[in-house]
Design a protein around this ligand. Structure first.
Ligand code: ADP
Length: 213
């Protein structure tokens, strides 16, 4: 099964992606994580992306398509993948649709809750997981003990810009998928396990449908 998880920054996509990967055996492809890796490695793509990310803007489509095109061909994507962070604008829909998408999980969360969540969020340098600040003792990841840090784009000023970019460019992607019958809307204002219970249920239905085709 090939899936997309979509929602505003801080809607919990990364957290829920982990559960989906565990239960549905798909490969998690996060364009944000790939870009942060490129920045860390100082590649040409990373250098180009760093400034745009810090400004809350989108990275160019050509950079995303180039990264994504290589990634989906890798062996671990044979049982399907979960796209997280893409498509983020209308042009990226075409590219993703060519890869064959079965279901789009849309996590809907209030923007006020998002600002609160993201300003208290820490990200692990090693596993890329995201955690609430208070769960990270001595700045260590509660899962793998790697060092955690606050992403440069998780400040109030940049979050507001990212939400603006989301409203202008990514919300139309959600509208597009609403009309395709592939979208399942999940209430992301609930506790993490309840959000996942809803996603799990929706994906089991999608799995049945995919089998019938
Ligand atoms: P979030 O969903 O919390 O904003 P991500 O980790 O998905 O965080 O992305 C971080 C940043 O990386 C985005 O704000 C954007 O600048 C860039 N980015 C990630 N994916 C894409 C994409 N598909 N197209 C363009 N830019 C992207």
């Amino acid at each position: 099964m090939n899936l997309i998880i979509i929602g505003a920054p801080g809607s919990g996509k990364g957290t829920q992606a982990e559960f989906i990967v565990r239960d549905f055996g798909v490969c998690h492809i996060s364009t944000g994580n790939m870009l942060r890796e490129a920045i860390k490695n100082g590649t040409k793509e990373g250098k180009e992306a760093e400034k745009l990310i810090a400004e809350g803007k989108l990275v160019g489509d050509d950079v995303i398509f180039n990264m994504l095109g290589k990634r989906v061909l890798q062996d671990d994507c044979k049982n399907g993948f979960l796209l997280d962070g893409v498509p983020r604008n209308l042009a990226q829909i075409d590219y993703c649709e060519k890869l064959g998408i079965d279901c789009v999980v849309y996590i809907d969360v209030d923007f006020n809750a998002i600002i609160k969540r993201l300003t208290s969020r820490k990200t692990c340098r090693d596993c890329g997981g995201t955690f609430i600040d208070s769960d990270c003792i001595d700045n260590r990841c509660p899962k793998c003990h790697g060092e955690v840090y606050q992403r440069a784009d998780d400040t109030k000023e940049v979050i507001e810009k990212r939400l603006k970019t989301y409203t202008e460019q990514t919300a139309p992607v959600v509208d597009y998928y609403k009309n395709t019958g592939k979208l399942v809307k999940i209430n992301g204002n609930q506790p993490i396990d309840k959000v996942y219970a809803d996603i799990n249920c929706a994906l089991k239905d999608a799995q049945e449908k995919a089998k019938q085709c």
